[in-house]
Design a protein around this ligand. Sequence first.
Ligand SMILES: C[S@@+](CC[C@H](N)C(=O)[O-])C[C@H]1O[C@@H](n2cnc3c(N)ncnc32)[C@H](O)[C@@H]1O
Length: 290
Amino acid sequence: MSLITRTAFPLPMQYLGSKQRIANWIVEEIKQQFPATSNLVDLMSGSGAIAHEANMRGWNLHANDIQPYSHRVLKSAFETPRTELTDIIEWLECGSLDEIILEKDRSRARTALLEEDEFFASASRGDFDWKEYASFCNNFNGLHTSATGNYDLFVAYYPNTYFGVRQCLEIDAIREKASQSSADVATHLIGALISSLTFVSSTTTHLAQFLKPASQSTALNLINCRARSVQEQVLKRLRLLVDYPMPDFATTSNLGFEKVLIGCRFDPNETIVYADPPISKSTILATTTS
Ligand SMILES: C[S@@+](CC[C@H](N)C(=O)[O-])C[C@H]1O[C@@H](n2cnc3c(N)ncnc32)[C@H](O)[C@@H]1O
């Protein structure tokens, strides 16, 4: 087992159910109870918080989740080579994404982007009018009918709902860049994007209904959320990934948990299988009655 320098997880996800805050304690308890552990199978890995703690102890890993978004993050953090990351980091640092956000079918959002920029500026100046902003949000909240599928999904469905106009354009442009990149770079770009979106969305922390401007203060809060740059968040995560310790041995999968152990090659005497299922009425009942 290698000695690892403790490092922050590069692709955290903000959502209800993540064990990020207690992951260290959980894995430390496992280590105390089962000192021979050198492998962890995380059957329902979600944000990867438990797999990360296992990685920090130099354990081998298998991280699985049935949700594709979660699997993309796990695959990027634990399994995918990072040799090409510096090129894409440089590409973002040069501001190249800004040159393509209004390209092709995303150009439909040009006027809305200018309007949004003006609301950001008025919020800084102190002459922001929340009613005007509410009206802008009502009038420009997606162009579903004109969606072409040519990397315009977010700008077609989510502006002024879960994200701002610029945020949607950046998301679609990053997704387009991923499609033009190698498989490894695409995995990292998409993993970093998914992680970032859970932090910049215009919702409460449990990512339920999006927030709406209903007063000066709620509208200014939305302006703050929507002024957060998606590409800066992605860049920050890609830089962290470069320095994140790569496990000696790690695999990931995107399966129902029942199928995961079938192909598992770990020595059962040194392996912990960790299962953290979603909360449901029946799990709460089982916990309270046992
Ligand atoms: C409570 S969360 C796990 C949280 C995780 N331990 C963390 O710290 O982020 C439950 C996870 O189970 C996954 N899940 C639900 N049903 C599943 C199934 N049948 N097989 C595998 N994963 C499943 C969900 O996608 C979700 O990510």
